[in-house]
Ligand binder design. Sequence first.
Ligand SMILES: Cc1cc2nc3c(=O)[nH]c(=O)nc-3n(C[C@H](O)[C@H](O)[C@H](O)COP(=O)(O)OP(=O)(O)OC[C@H]3O[C@@H](n4cnc5c(N)ncnc54)[C@H](O)[C@@H]3O)c2cc1C
Ligand code: FES
Length: 338
Amino acid sequence: MSEILLEGGAHRFHCERHDTVLGAGLRAGLGLPYECTVGACGTCKFELLEGTVESLWEDAPGLSARDRAKGRKLACQSRPTSDCRIKIRLDEACRPLDPPRKQPAVFVSSANITHDIREFRFRTASRAAFLPGQFALLHLDGVAGARAYSMANLANDEGEWHFQVRRVAQGVGTSVLFDTLEPGACVTLDGPYGMAYLRKEPVRDVVCVAGGSGLAPMLSIARGMADLDMLATHRLHFFYGARTPRDVCGEAQLRVLAGYGDRIVFHPAVSSVEEAAREAWIGYTGFVHHHVEETLGAGFTGYEFYMAGPPPMIHAMQEMLHVRHAVPASQVHFDRFF
Ligand SMILES: Cc1cc2nc3c(=O)[nH]c(=O)nc-3n(C[C@H](O)[C@H](O)[C@H](O)COP(=O)(O)OP(=O)(O)OC[C@H]3O[C@@H](n4cnc5c(N)ncnc54)[C@H](O)[C@@H]3O)c2cc1C
Ligand code: FES
């Protein structure tokens, strides 16, 4: 076990031998800055002032050549090998409401959602504690690094964690999930993480935008709204951006929620013009951020926005919301699926 001291001396925390600086800091209840937890975004950068750490992923894209030259490290990919003193700026928004826990999880079952998205269900011995929209890390045997997956369900006492995973061609982690994991197998689940969770206050109409594998956290948000009775007084516009008509999903899961078709409106979009024509698609054809802009029309600042999916989709949505419609950052919550 190592002790991590933050520059200035106001905070210190212990880090177990196999934990990362980020995981240990959040487990201690501190607001260490982060977004992806998997080495891709660079939000968790810190300076090592004293001590030694080992990097779990030397080539992690979250560090630029300049960062490396300056000796910066990623808290999500650094494991202390001695006591350390580090320089990092805490962010109150990242302080966990439910600090993440590492625990064994048993793979229970899986079922197809589309031709390439499958729901995987895991169970832990203790309560599944998380907020709608959050994610967890799965440590899979034989896979270097953890993989982040968002929960599609809601917190529960039974310890159920439901993930919806898109198969990635040549993907190391998804190959294990889709091809080798058998029911009864045990993995390590570490969570919850993430700031794109459902806000109870202030209550506004909600816009969810899911792209590709971003379905799970948006379904969790929709289910959370139903559970909290927010749909009795507010509307949910649920947009799903797919490449082809056969990739469209989400409606079946929304349909069972009270208010579907009235308070909950499903807006699918297909981006491939050729595939839309070939399959006689009668819905919206184009990018999902255009569909959002054309559907809402005006009054964008009256909504709370949640979105999850590929970084280019999130970028296009941010530009549309912040630059063209002056929506404050405090009303926009997202996870980029690196
Ligand atoms: C916050 C968040 C939430 C996500 N939620 C979902 C979801 O709900 N559903 C879904 O389908 N996908 C989700 N993803 C994407 C998912 O985590 C995986 O990137 C995806 O499943 C591909 O994994 P793979 O191992 O098959 O592909 P690979 O191409 O083998 O690996 C992809 C990712 O694994 C990590 N990685 C690769 N090599 C290493 C290494 N040596 N050491 C450490 N890490 C490494 C990197 O983050 C890389 O982007 C999410 C991603 C993030 C960041
Ligand atoms: S949180 Fe560490 S790189 Fe994204």
